[in-house]
Write a protein that binds this ligand. Structure first.
Ligand code: FMN
Ligand code: EPS
Length: 388
């Protein structure tokens, strides 16, 4: 399975084309759109999320609620485009329009893609960089991930995510998949503990008031993964590394860990390795899940637990110093409308990037011309694993 997205933040639309799904897979469009709405939520988002309604249309690949096996096309519109038709239009500008166009960006924001992107693509209006580097594109990725979650769901594999930390406020609890997914329709910060949620909202309010921004940590759990996705035989077939790469590809994500993660450094081996158990009903399981569901780059069958850190948003309403690329003089960076904290939204993006890698790994391992063929192969595999 492979996919491409296209679309600028304030352009007319976002598009994704997904190739490699089996035929006859049921798709619940309402459930997919609910995921997109979750990505728009969370405390700390800016005004843009009040403008956009992230519904989508299938332009190809689906008939009567099922996949055809052909490439699937998903299209989301940017409702904000109507305010940007001149600035973001695809036709050349008339001299009068060019004259009116005063919003050329020349003061790159530290921490965003503006300066390096401008140098690399020779873009002297940094808007040409900002538009595609914006996390608006993550809406298209969540749409693709939601389709992948449809495939996982139909195979009995479920996923959820939560916010673990915002600023210095942490929810230290260890939660099961069911506890996390129970809270997953909350439109707020989506920490498990209500007390911590309230604290983070105060923190976000304070950051916003100070023209500052704030980052955090998110967690994704995958329940019921098949045993043996990915492989130890070659570095580029390890599923944990593919998930890590995909998670780090999310705008502003700077670190990723599995299971105990960085705490592994301070824990002796006897308290780390997950002891192996067997029962005829459950097959092979583990006493603990400190390694977050991976050994040798392969899924062990235990829940996959991924945590990742998002840096604070780069656009600051009290901007940091930068340099005007035309005059080379020091200047305060450009201020664009911005979120002050997007960690809750990012938890949804992270969940969907993990879903994409899970679906890819499943489609790599099992035959899948039709969904029935895939389903049978996964069932046979499960029985074989139990008997091993
Ligand atoms: C859901 C989400 C929303 C974001 N919103 C903003 C925003 O409003 N303003 C901003 O400057 N950056 C925002 N970012 C982060 C930037 O897109 C990101 O920092 C930028 O593309 C540079 O990439 P890098 O941080 O990965 O180096 C957001 C990121 C995510 C995941
Ligand atoms: C549009 C989205 O996020 C945007 C991501 C973003 C950035 O720089 O990454 C900057 C902001 O864009 P705007 O200036 O248009 O408000 C966010 O709103 C979205 O998540 O759908």
């Amino acid at each position: 399975m492979r996919f491409l997205t296209s679309g600028e933040s304030h352009g007319p639309k976002l598009t994704a084309i997904i190739e490699g799904f089996p035929s006859n897979m049921p798709v619940d469009k309402g459930r997919m759109e609910a995921e997109l709405i979750k990505r728009q939520g969370g405390y700390g988002r800016g005004r843009r999320m009040k403008i956009e309604k992230d519904t989508f249309t299938f332009g190809a690949g689906i008939r009567h609620g099922k996949t055809l096996g052909s490439p699937i096309m998903i299209e989301l519109s940017n409702d904000d485009f109507k305010s940007w038709t001149t600035i973001m239009g695809s036709d050349p500008l008339s001299p009068e329009e060019e004259e009116k166009m005063k919003r050329v960006i020349t003061k790159p924001r530290p921490g965003h893609a503006d300066l390096v992107g401008g140098i690399k693509y020779n873009a002297r209006d940094l808007r040409n960089v900002l538009e595609r580097s914006s996390a608006r594109e993550t809406a298209a990725r969540v749409a693709v991930g939601a389709l992948c979650k449809e495939l996982l769901h139909a195979l009995g594999i479920e996923m959820s995510s939560r916010v673990v930390q915002i600023g210095e406020v942490k929810d230290e609890g260890e939660y099961t998949y069911d506890e996390i997914s129970e809270g997953s329709d909350r439109s707020s910060v989506r920490m498990i503990s209500e007390e911590q949620t309230a604290k983070t909202e105060k923190l976000i309010d304070a950051a916003k008031k100070n023209g500052d921004s704030i980052g955090g940590i998110v967690e994704v759990i995958v329940k019921n993964p098949p045993v043996g996705l990915g492989s130890y035989v070659h570095y580029d077939r390890k599923l944990d590394s593919k998930i890590a790469g995909s998670v780090i590809s999310i705008n502003a994500f700077k670190g990723v860990e599995f299971g105990m993660g960085f705490k592994l450094a301070e824990t002796p081996g006897s308290e780390v390795q997950d002891e192996i158990l067997y029962s005829s009903e459950a097959g092979y399981t583990r006493k603990t899940n400190n390694l977050g569901g991976f050994e040798g780059g392969m899924s062990t069958g235990m829940p996959i637990v991924v945590r990742a850190v998002m840096k604070p948003i780069p656009t600051l309403y009290k901007p940091l110093m930068s340099v005007d690329i035309n005059t080379k003089e020091p200047f305060k960076a450009t201020v664009e409308r911005s979120d002050s904290c997007a960690v809750p939204a990012a938890s949804i993006v992270c969940e969907h990037m993990v879903a994409i890698e899970m679906a890819k790994a499943i489609l790599e391992k099992f035959p899948h011309d039709s969904f029935e063929e895939l389903q049978d192969a996964v069932e046979v595999h499960k029985e074989k694993v139990k008997d091993f």
